[in-house]
Design a protein around this ligand. Structure first.
Ligand code: SAH
Length: 210
């Protein structure tokens, strides 16, 4: 599937019916989702791989990975309502994605979902609840050798420090996240938020047994 085609297809997915601010439910816009997925595809981290989307929301990243030929795709999401939308999206587009209602902070989760090849995620940026992105990073590094995450621009240093000794940032790709007026505290119709897509390599996999 070509990048433009992927973007146009993802554009047609149904979004959050009643987005929840506390969970930072912002659906990744199709162009940004397609960019992350295509980048991962080109690195050989999607096709034929087992992929896990942490905080899968309405399923944009997970379903996109399935479109690009992932062998298996799982989506982990705390909000049951979002999972219902994601399941409807996956069915509507004929993709096979297993969505699981779960909290990424649940210590039993790695054992429950097992290891995968690649994590893709657009975690909360921590605007509502400080450090909300940390458990996403922790879980990602624990279950997969390669992680692609969307972070606020300028987060690289934080991510580097936070993951020191556990992972390395192997790539950084810039992007823009146009956030539409969604919540009462939004003052503009559209706010362009600069973001960066980071590719992390977990040391656990780089140095097996370390
Ligand atoms: N991946 C989707 C949604 C991104 S918004 C997309 O790219 O469009 C972040 C998502 O993380 C929301 O759906 C939110 O409900 C979910 N989330 C927030 N905290 C969570 C937690 N502790 N465990 C699992 N999911 C969580």
């Amino acid at each position: 599937m070509k990048l433009k085609h992927l973007e146009m297809t993802l554009q047609r997915l149904i979004g959050f019916s009643r987005p929840r601010a506390a969970l930072e439910q912002y659906q990744t816009p199709a162009p940004l989702a397609a960019r992350l997925l295509y980048h991962a595809l080109m690195k050989g981290d999607i096709e034929g791989k087992s992929v896990c989307d942490l905080g899968s929301g309405t399923g944009v990243l997970a379903i996109g990975a399935a479109f690009l030929g992932a062998a298996t795709v799982a989506g982990i999401e705390i909000d049951k309502k979002a999972v219902e939308v994601a399941e409807a999206n996956a069915a509507r587009f004929g993709t096979d994605v297993g969505f699981i209602v779960a909290d990424v902070r649940d210590a039993a989760l790695p054992g429950r979902i097992g290891a995968c090849d690649t994590v893709i995620m657009n975690p909360p940026f921590g605007a509502q609840q400080a450090h909300a992105d940390r458990p996403f990073i922790d879980l990602a590094l624990c279950i997969a050798p390669f992680t692609y995450g969307i972070f606020n621009a300028g987060s690289t240093q934080f991510v580097k420090t936070y993951t020191a000794g556990r992972a390395e940032i192997s790539e950084k790709v810039g992007g823009v996240f146009p956030i539409k007026r969604t919540f009462s505290f939004h003052t503009k119709n559209v706010q362009d938020v600069e973001v960066e897509i980071l590719r992390l390599i977990s040391n656990r996999y780089m140095n097996p047994g370390a």
